[in-house]
Write a protein that binds this ligand. Structure first.
Ligand SMILES: *Cc1c(COP(=O)(O)O)cnc(C)c1O
Length: 396
């Protein structure tokens, strides 16, 4: 294979699979003396060879904040995987959400938002955007008919599917069809699914957001966000990203791109383990309900299957009511599951969560847990949970 500047073209009408694109996108060995990976470019200043080049604005790179080969490699790969016109990088998933919203809204506009979005996203909508004169209507995640919510000032709909914490699936196709008919933008936080599990732009959305902090980087060592947009939404996204001065540091961009290379194998393994563990948990007497649309038993499974090509390793569990002491006996003694925020890394996590909303039935039942299944052996994880539930039962 010669050094090359473009992903290889395969013969005939063979369509390259995502697994191959994860390996080939965002690489340009010819531009870097044949090195396999695009190096870490640490720079603020880019020198221009002449006054003419300086006046021309610098091509393709002009200034560190505006992009380097390192950040362009990651952005190109994300845009390619989502079939987007372009993608921008941000220093966290939350700043990806806020940048995306600011790119489609202005003072006086109205936004429709799913009740199931990540809670800090909801705070940005209800507190941050409100200060700038944007009103929001919050709808239940399983709302498919938005007719009653539309106002003449409605400009956008923010979705997240499955919902953070409670894992309801949204009918993104139905929502996008209604919104598009009215010229509104549809934004989807796709962090759970990654570009391998769901391609919201293909379902009719305009903007897709992901916390690369989670599965894309995959090793619990990066804070990063990505936003990709279709051709309609891209000019405004790119402009807003520049106006806000957002950029991702070179080392974080490099780590996120390195994580992306192995996303497919991690995600397949974590999905398979998560399904086994969710099934096992569903059969335990201490468990009231498992919230996992990948399971055929889930009420949203059919909708999930229609819109997702792959699963992921994160799901929820509602316990039967127990004391905090019994819950602590379960969680504090776990050997393989850490308790901490974020998810999507190689290591298994569990947290008790408290959604600030009245999701059907959840509040009435027992504690709500969120599991993120890592790359450990699934039997080992089940053994850890088995011991934990025995501690819970004897403490109850
Ligand atoms: C974690 C998360 C975010 C925010 O990402 P950060 O990198 O922590 O800012 C946004 N959306 C979803 C769905 C998330 O899970």
């Amino acid at each position: 294979m010669a050094w090359r500047a473009q992903p290889p073209q395969l013969a005939g009408n063979h369509t390259m699979k995502d697994e191959t694109r994860l390996v080939t996108l965002g690489r340009d060995p010819a531009a870097h003396y044949g090195t396999v990976n695009t190096p870490v470019y640490r720079t603020s200043t880019v020198l221009h060879p002449s006054l003419e080049a300086l006046d021309a604005g610098g091509q393709p790179y002009a200034y560190g904040r505006l992009g380097t080969p390192t950040t362009a490699a990651l952005a190109d790969a994300i845009a390619g995987l989502h079939g987007a016109a372009g993608a921008v990088l941000t220093p966290s998933g939350l700043s990806a959400v806020s940048c995306a919203l600011l790119s489609v809204l202005a003072s006086g506009d109205h936004l429709i938002v799913s009740e199931g979005v990540y809670e800090p996203s909801m705070r940005f909508v209800e507190s941050g955007l409100r200060r700038f004169g944007v009103e929001a209507t919050v709808v239940a995640p399983d709302t498919t008919d938005l007719a009653e919510c539309f106002r003449s000032s409605t400009r956008a709909v923010l979705c997240e599917s499955p919902s953070s914490l409670t894992f309801e699936v949204q009918d993104m196709q139905a929502i996008a069809a209604q919104a598009r008919a009215r010229g509104m933008r549809v934004l989807v936080d796709n962090t759970w699914a990654t570009p391998l599990g769901c391609k919201p732009l293909a379902l009719g959305a305009d903007v897709v957001i992901e916390a690369a902090t989670k599965y894309i980087s995959g090793h619990a060592d990066v804070m990063a966000g990505v936003v990709a947009a279709n051709a309609d939404a891209w000019p405004s996204l790119r402009r807003t990203h520049r106006e806000l001065g957002l950029c991702l540091g070179p080392d974080d961009a490099w780590l996120a791109l390195r994580g992306l290379r192995t996303l497919a194998v991690r995600q397949q393994r974590q999905t398979a383990s998560a399904l086994r563990i969710a099934d096992w948990l569903a059969a335990q007497p201490a468990i009231a309900r498992v919230l996992c649309p990948m399971r055929p038993a889930d009420r949203h499974h059919d909708l999930w299957k229609r819109q997702f090509q792959a699963g992921s390793g994160v799901f929820g569990v509602i316990l039967k009511p127990v004391s905090d002491g019994a819950l602590a006996a379960f969680l504090d003694g776990l050997g393989l599951f850490g308790m901490g925020w974020s998810w999507g890394g190689y290591e298994s996590l569990v947290v008790r969560t408290k959604p600030q909303r009245s999701v059907a039935g959840v509040a009435a039942e027992g504690p709500l847990l969120r599991f993120s299944i890592g790359l450990e052996d699934a039997d080992d994880l089940i053994a850890d949970l088995h011991d934990g539930l025995a501690r819970l039962t004897s403490a109850a």
